[in-house]
Design a protein around this ligand. Structure first.
Ligand SMILES: [Cu+2]
Length: 107
């Protein structure tokens, strides 16, 4: 069992399976206090920086967000619990909540 850092990044895919637009209002996690979406962009000095993607995050019908290294990702802050599975809950504007189990890979 790898030791989880106080802050960690999560990669994967989030898809809107609906035929209509929807927004992500917030996200929460089992082991971490705060979940943020981050995007990567190049600043004036040419350095890649991550930037907070403010909620609500708009998704078109069938749109997919790819969460990948050096791209958009989820950032988890303030580790709370030491034990248990890591999952993330995404809260949508239509009232639905989607639970994603996160597989922990050590680097
Ligand atoms: Cu980040």
């Amino acid at each position: 069992m790898p030791d989880l850092a106080k802050t960690t990044a999560v990669y994967g895919q989030i898809q809107n399976p609906r035929e209509i637009d929807v927004s992500i209002l917030s996200a929460s996690s089992s082991l971490y206090k705060r979940v943020e979406f981050h995007t990567m962009s190049v600043d004036k000095e040419g350095i890649m920086r991550m930037r907070k993607w403010e909620y609500p995050i708009h998704l078109k019908p069938k749109e997919t967000i790819d969460l990948e290294r050096n791209g958009t990702h989820l950032m988890l802050y303030d580790k709370q619990n030491e034990k248990g599975d890591l999952w993330i809950e995404i809260h949508y504007s239509d009232g639905k909540t989607e639970k994603h189990i996160v597989e922990i890979k050590s680097l």
